[in-house]
Ligand binder design. Structure first.
Ligand code: S3P
Length: 449
């Protein structure tokens, strides 16, 4: 999608019960990393189940621009990687579109190279803070030659002749910052150490080990993790089967809980414990979610989820759960809109710096549809109305944010009046099949008349 595509509104209407089985696309975090690590490792990497969303394709294009060969044959993506330390200087700016993960991880990956790399993106990405990644990179000797005010994109990096390994304590709960430093460590002599006080998704650690990196994790008493990576080692191509994205699964899952009479199964969902906070919270709210066929696939836990419409009740979601459900708060707020009593979500400060200020965007969207909520600095309280009577009828501003768009379309499936969103274009960044999949289950989503 181009940066200035015409907005495409969409509307969701109260639907008949949702039925059937569906498979959500591959996990976005693992898909980005599959392209990156496959493009970097020596030899061939083969990937199935890759998310072919806009964000991930930008990462693929960036890796190609730095020397990797990437092609699709049948259902498989096949990559010939360059070898660790052997990325080439891109001849043009790397355009990451809407993708925070792609851009921040790639800054780490190439920052320590003795070459110039320019990063650009859409209006949403250009407004997001990059200092959180640039700060440790600067400590390693990387120069930020050019950046928009406040360390924002467009920005250009130039690495040193020899990068310096650092020990870096990640100041916020962010898998992107952790990963950027670890990836910078790959091209740095010696051992780079990341200290992570609060555990976030661990795909970088698991996958880098799988590619052959010398990476070790020690977990201390309070759960503080020390991650050590030895630079300049060999990485070798791998075969990867990407499991379904639990963040994408959240949309049909909540839809089935709130649309009366629904009974659906979502197959092959990643169940890595750093990603299952939404599931746990919805179960605490009384959601009827059965975890079927738990199994291990390619080093990750996966399962099928059978979800039936349920009477939900409000709960307090502790701040400590935020890292394991950080992308799921918008859709949790939608579930809370139909729950009996109040749902209080805490520890939401990171929501302010996502594809949009998600805390404000969710609160305004709920208010526009008659839902009683209170937005705090880092909290959101939602007082639900079981049955959704009188709710809906509003138009939601999505601010170029795919998860705001999908969450509010889910809202409209169970409110009395339809819910309109101002732009559905961004959904292709993470879940291109969203509309079709929801319609197959019986959801009434379409163009406004
Ligand atoms: C991601 C980390 C999270 C998450 C994002 C994907 C990743 O961001 O919100 O969608 O793949 O590492 P933060 O690291 O900013 O929390």
């Amino acid at each position: 999608m181009t940066h200035d595509a015409e907005p495409r509104p969409a509307v969701a209407r109260r639907s008949q019960s949702l039925k059937g089985a569906a498979r959500v696309p591959g996990d976005k975090s693992i898909s980005h990393r599959s392209f990156m690590f496959g493009g970097l490792a020596s030899g061939e990497t083969r990937i199935t189940g890759l998310l072919e969303g806009e964000d991930v394709m930008r990462t693929g294009a960036a890796m190609k621009a730095m020397g990797a060969r990437i092609e699709k044959k049948g259902d498989e993506w096949i990559i010939q990687g360059v070898g660790n330390g052997c990325l080439l200087e891109p001849q043009a700016p790397l355009d990451f579109g809407n993708a925070g993960t792609g851009s921040r991880l790639t800054m780490g990956l190439v920052g320590t190279y003795d070459m110039e790399t320019t990063f650009i993106g859409d209006a949403s990405l250009s407004g997001r803070p990059m200092g959180r990644v640039l700060e440790p990179l600067r400590q390693m000797g990387v120069q930020v030659i050019d950046a928009a005010p406040g360390d924002r994109m467009p920005l250009t990096l130039r690495g040193p002749k020899h990068a310096a390994p650092i020990t870096y304590r990640v100041p916020m709960a962010s898998a992107q910052v952790k990963s950027a430093v670890l990836l910078a460590g790959l091209n740095t002599p010696g051992v780079t150490t990341v200290i992570e006080p609060v555990m976030t998704r661990d795909h970088t650690e698991k996958m880098l080990k799988g590619f052959g990196a010398n990476l070790n994790v020690e977990t201390g008493e309070q759960g503080v993790r020390h991650i050590f990576i030895e630079g300049q080692g060999k990485l070798s191509g791998q075969t990867i089967a990407v499991p379904g994205d639990p963040s994408s699964a959240g949309f049909p899952l909540v839809a089935a809980l709130i649309v009366p009479g629904s009974d659906i199964t979502i197959e092959n969902v990643l169940m890595n414990p750093t990603r299952t906070g939404l599931l746990l919270t919805l179960q605490e709210m009384g959601g009827d979610i059965e975890v079927l066929n738990p199994r291990n696939a390619g080093g990750e836990d996966v399962a099928d989820l059978r979800v039936r419409a349920s009477d939900l009740k409000g709960v307090k979601v502790p701040a400590s759960r935020a890292p394991s459900m950080i992308d799921e708060y918008p859709v949790l707020a939608v579930a809370a809109a139909f729950a009996e009593g109040e749902t209080l979500m805490q520890g939401l400060e990171e929501l302010r710096v996502k594809e949009s200020d998600r805390l404000a965007a969710v609160a305004r969207g709920l208010e526009a549809n008659g839902i009683d909520c209170t937005e705090g600095e880092a909290t959101l309280a939602v007082r639900g109305r079981p049955g959704g009577k009188g709710l809906g009828g509003g138009t939601v501003k999505t601010h170029l944010d795919h998860r705001i768009a999908m969450s509010f379309l889910v809202l409209g499936l169970a409110t009395e009046k339809p819910v309109t969103i101002d732009d559905a274009n961004m959904i292709v960044t993470s879940f291109p099949e969203f509309m079709g999949l929801m319609e197959t289950l019986g959801a009434d989503i379409g163009q406004p008349v």
